[in-house]
Design a binder for this molecule. Structure first.
Ligand SMILES: [Zn+2]
Ligand SMILES: [Zn+2]
Length: 387
């Protein structure tokens, strides 16, 4: 009798729909229970983490590694969510040469304080936090003295030179931590890093309500640039390629005044009409590709402002003379500073912008391959990974 029951039971277990239902219930349960409960649940002394093992393309794997102990002035954060950045994708595809392998990727994240080391005060366990990826900078160079630590040549960053946040826990220095106000939920807080990139880029220019801004590239950075330009009252056009249709539709939903398919000439004519034939006053280039850069300089109005936000690790072929002939003011922007993070958090807290529509896929860490495949397809804005 007992054997019959066992046989029936195990048969039921290998039944596919039953397994799927079980998995879905488990997934839902993992996403719903408080993060502190997950932390207390762990007793094996190991944590899961996604490693990029070498410079070789796609040399990525999920591993079990030793759980972290905080050193002096360090904080161990239980990761709640971490975003896949365009740079993570380049590293994944073997196209980004300057990191230390093997390494746990992930530099856009949120979580809760799990443990603190000696010398850390005011950060009780379970405090909701996020952290800047910049671990250290030299503190002596000209740029550091000016407060521009983002362009110090001796910086160390999470997910580049030190293990990042595609893990159950991440180690940060106490100075990297930003406590989250109650108005910002933990999932959206994983978007503060890309928000800070755009806040930093716009700090060097002024966007007026009378301006027409052209954003090139509808990825997360481009979409945030659209939101911030709209918040400044400008008329905003955003351009992408034909394959970016889904993200361009999202851009329209987010308030873009004009959507441009860069592969269709008519769309660019509409942009010129919108500016009485002048071209946009401000170009925010968010792709870092030769196509995007050349298009931006070509469309910019004479005497306009152009900000390079998108990055690429290889040299590009660009018609640089347009900058002279059209007297375009070109600004470069890279990363962010502590001030940009403080302002980004205040901006999100104010409710003036909503980044939740940009989060279009959430995967558990065990599903990392699907998550990276989804991010690689380029169809969605931001993909998050949750432990
Ligand atoms: Zn990033
Ligand atoms: Zn420095």
């Amino acid at each position: 009798m007992c054997c019959v029951f066992y046989f029936k039971y195990s048969k039921k277990l290998i039944d596919k729909p039953y397994l799927v239902a079980l998995l879905l219930t488990y997934t839902k349960w993992r996403l719903l229970i408080p993060q502190s409960a997950i932390f207390l649940e762990k007793e094996d002394g190991f944590m899961k983490a996604i490693y990029m093992d070498s410079p070789k393309a796609y040399d990525m794997s999920l591993k079990h590694t030793d759980e972290l102990e905080p050193g002096p002035n360090e904080v161990i954060v239980k990761v709640n969510a971490a975003g896949i950045c365009g740079t993570d994708l380049k590293i994944y595809q073997g196209k980004y040469p300057n990191i230390k392998w093997p390494i746990i990727l992930g530099h856009e994240f949120s979580g809760q304080v799990a443990a603190v080391g000696e010398g850390v005060e005011g950060l009780p366990v379970s405090t909701n936090v996020t952290a800047r990826p910049g671990i250290s900078h030299c503190g002596r160079c000209r740029m550091c003295i000016e407060g521009k630590t983002n362009v110090c040549s001796e910086k160390n960053r999470l997910g580049f030179e030190q293990n990042g946040a595609f893990a159950e826990y991440v180690r940060v220095h106490k100075d990297q931590i930003h406590i989250l106000p109650k108005e910002i939920d933990l999932t959206t807080a994983a978007m503060i890093e890309p928000l800070a990139v755009v806040v930093h880029a716009l700090r060097s220019i002024t966007i007026k309500p009378s301006d027409v801004v052209l954003v090139i590239g509808p990825g997360p950075i481009g979409l945030i640039a659209l939101l911030l330009s709209k918040a400044n009252g400008a008329t905003v056009a955003i351009s992408g390629l034909s394959k970016d249709q889904k993200k361009l539709t999202l851009a329209r939903e987010l308030g873009a005044d004009l959507i441009i398919d860069a592969e269709k000439e008519n769309d660019e004519k509409t942009l010129l009409e919108l500016t009485n034939g002048d071209g946009p006053d401000i170009v925010l280039e968010c792709t870092g590709t030769a196509g995007g850069v050349n298009k931006g300089l070509e469309l910019s109005r004479t005497g306009g402002t152009y900000v390079q936000i998108g990055t690429w690790s290889h040299p590009l072929t660009v018609d640089f003379m347009k900058i002279a002939y059209k007297e375009i003011t070109v600004k470069g922007s890279y990363g962010h500073t502590k001030l940009d993070w403080r302002d980004s958090i205040r901006l999100l807290q104010s409710g003036r912008i909503d980044l939740t529509p940009l989060i279009q896929g959430i995967y558990l860490m065990d599903e990392w391959e699907k998550a990276f495949k989804d991010a690689e397809s380029g169809e969605k804005a931001k993909i998050l990974i949750k432990p």
